[in-house]
Design a protein around this ligand. Structure first.
Ligand SMILES: [Zn+2]
Ligand SMILES: [Zn+2]
Ligand SMILES: [Zn+2]
Ligand SMILES: [Zn+2]
Length: 299
């Protein structure tokens, strides 16, 4: 069974005919100056009303996507003789928009695509609901501003890598959120030397403060079986360089170790997925209620 295509609620300026205004009881004499003035005023009011009138419609969202890249259609737009509509980014050869003929990248036939001004006019009149409506944003946004609004919306959901945190909304950085909303311990780390963290068994995260500048977050993930994971990220707004990290955990059976490049994070618009993590079995976490032998090096 074919799946339902996603639809988008949007408003557009309407050119639909309205019913005539209700009779007022006054019928101007044909040809009188007053009668002509009333007719002209009525016509002006109707055309103004038409310009302001909006209708709400539902459209399949793929009708507002570029045929080539499936991205949002942003002017200038181009249409080929077969009906493919593509965005300006997919017409990179079209540097001169005054020339109205371009190659359609779907058909690959030269000079079959022309500027699609009708679709440009339609899109210019569209407003769409903010994609974060379910997170509390009630704004209707001009279609062309959708991406810019999405990037700056105060209701945009942000994710946090600390286990159990529901995240936050808006444009604050992850570092501001962690320092304001979490009672996380901070540890000073000397550049290039292995530092013991003396973590406790239930500690969810530790902020590391590098003596030469830069703050980092060591996160303890609880989503791996029979153990927990350790992963490292850097708070992008505190970093002015690239850093390498090493995590070491000393167990009875040997040393577990992970090293790599620190990934800088400004804020997370998707749930956190560490690009690499160190798996630490429960046997090590349970070896002592305090002072789990975790060591960190940053350089
Ligand atoms: Zn495109
Ligand atoms: Zn085409
Ligand atoms: Zn919004
Ligand atoms: Zn959080």
């Amino acid at each position: 069974m074919a799946g339902k295509r996603p639809t988008m609620q949007l408003r557009t300026l309407a050119g639909v005919k309205r019913p005539p205004p209700a009779a007022t009881g006054y019928t101007p004499r044909c040809g009188s100056i007053k009668g002509r003035r009333v007719q002209a005023e009525t016509a002006a009011a109707t055309s103004q009303h038409r310009a302001e009138e909006k209708v709400t419609v539902a459209v399949d969202s793929d009708l507002l996507q570029c045929c080539v890249c499936s991205g949002p259609l942003t002017p200038p737009l181009f249409q080929c003789t077969k009906g493919h509509i593509s965005c300006s980014a997919c017409c990179t050869d079209c540097t001169d928009y005054d020339v109205d003929e371009f190659e359609c990248l779907m058909c690959r036939e030269p000079e079959t695509a022309t500027r699609c001004r009708a679709m440009e006019r339609l899109l210019a009149g569209l407003s769409v609901a903010c994609p974060f409506r379910e997170h509390g944003c009630a704004e209707m946004i001009p279609y062309a501003d959708k991406q810019a609004h999405k990037a700056s919306c105060a209701h945009a959901p942000r994710y946090c890598p600390i286990a159990g945190c529901a995240g936050y909304a808006g444009q604050s950085s992850l570092s501001d959120h962690v320092l304001q909303d979490h009672a996380v311990q901070r540890t000073r780390v000397r550049h290039g030397s292995l530092t013991p963290l003396r973590m406790s068994r239930l500690e969810p995260a530790r902020v590391l403060w590098l003596d030469c500048g830069g703050e980092f977050l060591l996160t303890v993930g609880d989503d791996v079986p029979s153990g927990r994971s350790l992963s490292m990220l850097g708070f992008m707004d505190t970093l002015d360089d690239e850093f390498k990290y090493k995590i070491e955990v000393v167990g009875k059976a040997g040393v577990l170790s992970l090293s790599g490049q620190v990934e800088g994070v400004e804020r997370l618009s998707k749930p956190y997925q560490a690009s690499a993590f160190l798996y630490v079995p429960n046997a090590i976490w349970d070896s002592s209620p305090e002072d789990i032998p975790v060591f960190i090096e940053l350089k």
